[in-house]
Design a protein around this ligand. Structure first.
Ligand SMILES: Cc1cc2nc3c(=O)[nH]c(=O)nc-3n(C[C@H](O)[C@H](O)[C@H](O)COP(=O)(O)OP(=O)(O)OC[C@H]3O[C@@H](n4cnc5c(N)ncnc54)[C@H](O)[C@@H]3O)c2cc1C
Length: 381
């Protein structure tokens, strides 16, 4: 029976809860706001399926890199409304038009949490576009996905590397109807922190109805957070000065397992998508400031899938080892800051304003220089 003695060794994928035949495992949040399994021992029959499915309890080789591409949607609107170069949108569009279903992450209506949802029609795709920088609520779709692919329908699943690995262990790794896309992952921040931040912002801007974590008003590299309230007013906060982003980018708000991520080095995905940081050096033609993607193909299925979107996406093959020079989080976990545990101890005790004061340090001089530079360069255009 699954037992979490070290929090670093659970990614919260919820595969154990989904596989349990007695339904005696529930996912509960800890004081930091991250989900962990809790077993009702009086119901447990010791079938060990929870341990068998757990991606953390098994060492596997993972897939090697077959080929990598720099990529960029040919559609400006798609690039602007996606986090990177918009590749995911085109993969999803292709899947839907071929009769498959797509599963990706959407924000809930109150914008406090995010979860995996099923998309069956291209008109709903906008809901799962874009990165949501919070850990998703526990996935409940394992059984549905398994039944769908066994029934012969194709499924495109997109998530973090640990979520993909969990799903693959649940349904069987080589099912040809399941296509998995994972992301180059910095780590996932606590949804409890996000809710605290949102409440702090809502006290000033009113009820928030939409969130974009990668709004590209100042370009792809200088993205920021955009909130839309119920009166359709917009509030923009650049990542350089936004407290939630600063806590994320300084690695203070991440799940314990993200500091020693096992999934990054044992990926089972068909494709990995990320930002192509350093594109200006490697493929300058793709660098128009609206976004570029790195695609890493790990299976033949992944390579075939990329071929199907050639009409919609510009592609150039690149050397993986050079392409990830500025994006080592593809295979290396971020470092855990010394203040991290102290920060989470303060999460319940301090108001967001006090947390911000204690843990967020903004280099205003650097920020003012950045803004001046930006103004000068846009005046020149
Ligand atoms: C938490 C997180 C951290 C990331 N860190 C990095 C990084 O360090 N370096 C890097 O190059 N790229 C990182 N990425 C990936 C990058 O932000 C883009 O998601 C990726 O390049 C795909 O972009 P796109 O333009 O093709 O499509 P997009 O439309 O932007 O991608 C959307 C898909 O991403 C998945 N997704 C979004 N939010 C979540 C979530 N909370 N949990 C699981 N899956 C989610 C969805 O299923 C969604 O449908 C991260 C993404 C996430 C979600």
């Amino acid at each position: 029976m699954i037992q979490i003695n070290e929090k670093e060794k659970c990614c919260g994928c919820s595969a154990c809860a989904n596989v349990c035949p007695k339904r005696c495992i529930t996912m509960v949040t800890d004081e930091e706001g991250f989900y962990y399994p809790s077993v009702d021992l009086s119901e447990c029959i010791n079938c060990m399926r929870c341990e068998t499915v757990c991606p953390f309890l098994h060492d596997e080789k993972g897939k090697d890199v077959l080929v990598s591409y720099a990529a960029k949607s040919r559609n400006n609107e798609v690039r602007i409304n996606s986090s990177s170069g918009g590749v995911f949108y085109h993969l999803a569009e292709r899947f839907l038009s071929d009769g498959g279903i797509v599963i990706g992450v959407a924000m809930d209506d109150d914008c406090k949490s995010a979860r995996h949802i099923i998309i069956r029609d291209v008109s709903e795709l906008a809901r799962i576009r874009g990165s949501k920088y919070i850990q998703t609520d526990p996935m409940t779709l394992y059984e549905t996905i398994s039944k769908t692919i066994k029934g012969g329908q194709k499924v495109l699943f997109s998530g973090t590397p640990c979520q993909v690995n969990a799903l693959k262990r649940f349904v069987g790794k080589d099912d040809q109807n399941l296509f998995c896309v994972d992301v180059i992952c910095h780590g996932v921040p606590s949804a409890k922190l996000w809710e605290k931040y949102l409440n702090y912002r809502q006290a000033k801007v009113g009820s928030v109805r939409k969130v974009s974590f990668r709004y590209k008003k100042d370009g792809w590299k200088d993205y920021g957070l955009l909130l839309e309230n119920e009166d359709h007013q917009f509030f923009y906060s650049p990542k350089q000065t936004d407290s939630y982003f600063q806590l994320f980018l300084k690695n203070l708000s991440l799940r314990p397992s993200c500091y020693s991520c096992k999934a990054k080095t044992e990926r089972y995905s068909d494709l990995t998508l990320g930002d192509f940081w350093g594109i200006e050096r490697m493929v300058p033609d793709f660098n128009d400031g609206t976004g570029a993607s790195l695609i890493v193909c790990r299976t033949e299925l992944g390579m075939e899938l990329v071929k199907t979107i050639r009409d919609s996406v510009e592609l150039q093959e690149v050397d993986y080892s050079v392409a990830i020079e500025k994006n080592k989080t593809d295979f290396i976990s971020v470092e855990k800051p010394k203040e991290r545990d102290c920060f989470f101890k303060d999460l319940d005790n301090l108001s967001f304003t006090k947390l911000k004061k204690k843990y967020v340090r903004i280099d205003w001089l650097k920020e003012i220089k950045r803004r001046i530079k930006k103004k000068i360069s846009s005046a020149k255009k």
